[in-house]
Design a protein around this ligand. Sequence first.
Ligand code: PEP
Ligand code: MG
Length: 322
Amino acid sequence: QKEEWAKLKNEPTFSADGEQVELAANIGTPEDVTGVLDNGGEGIGLYRTEFLYMGKTELPTEDEQYDAYKAVLEQMDEKPVVVRTLDIGGDKELSYLDLPKELNPFLGFRAIRFCLENENVFRPQLRALLRASVHGNLKIMFPMIATLEEFRQAKAILMDEKENLKREGNKVSDDIEVGIMVEIPSTAVIAKQFAKEVDFFSIGTNDLIQYTMAADRMNEKVSYLYQPYHPAILNLISNVIEEAHREGKWVGMCGEMAGDPIAIPILLGLGLDEFSMSASSVLPARTQISGLSKEKLVSYKEKLLSMETAEEVEEFVKEKTE
Ligand code: PEP
Ligand code: MG
């Protein structure tokens, strides 16, 4: 089996009927890039920048961040790299930032909500990213977007820093795509409106599932409700993909679901363009996809979306793909 995977290491990803998708990997630090390349990753679908801020006593400087982003972009050599701006709060705390203690941290002051209120933290990260953009194929993604206003505000700050940098004589790429994570049901529901303004979507199912099912992803007592194949989740994902494609935009997924062998055929049938997973899942996923007919999976779409339970979905997929 390992040998079969190895043969596909430097190959693009095609289904059995010749439809191409991109298999990317998630990373937390520049040191993770070697593992991505060794495992045949075609890009980075999620660079979680929180690690630059964690385990320290103060904020990372703009230059420290620039060095990290540049290192990732250079190693990836023109392959796409999606960097997510700071997603702090929720389960991820920063001792030196003195974030408020909250009753419901996952529903509270985190990620883009924090960044838009703390431009002294947000702007240096955006400047570091913009400066690094000349070293590769950078895409910037904002986390936990719930409203269009948040996206517009974040993008306006990004554009403002781009102007500042240019005025100061720095080079900045003019081809940076700017997208959002879809982790909050409100955003999945009005994907049509977002699709006119964002360059791409990346679905964060780890959070999207917990917010849609109202089941804490860390709480074992309610883990039975954490159902990736629930028809509500599939309908949200499908809506995002359909509306994005209508506007000519691409859709990725960077939650755990993207590397799950049961979910992969479903997602291929719903039309997902990019799958981002842990590096070790890339070659198994490429092998699996090479044996799947996308056309056939697409033909199951309406049936899957109108199913009643996650169990029914799972049974159906297993039967059709064995
Ligand atoms: C997600 O929510 O699916 C995601 C990829 O973000 P994180 O796991 O970092 O919250
Ligand atoms: Mg998330």
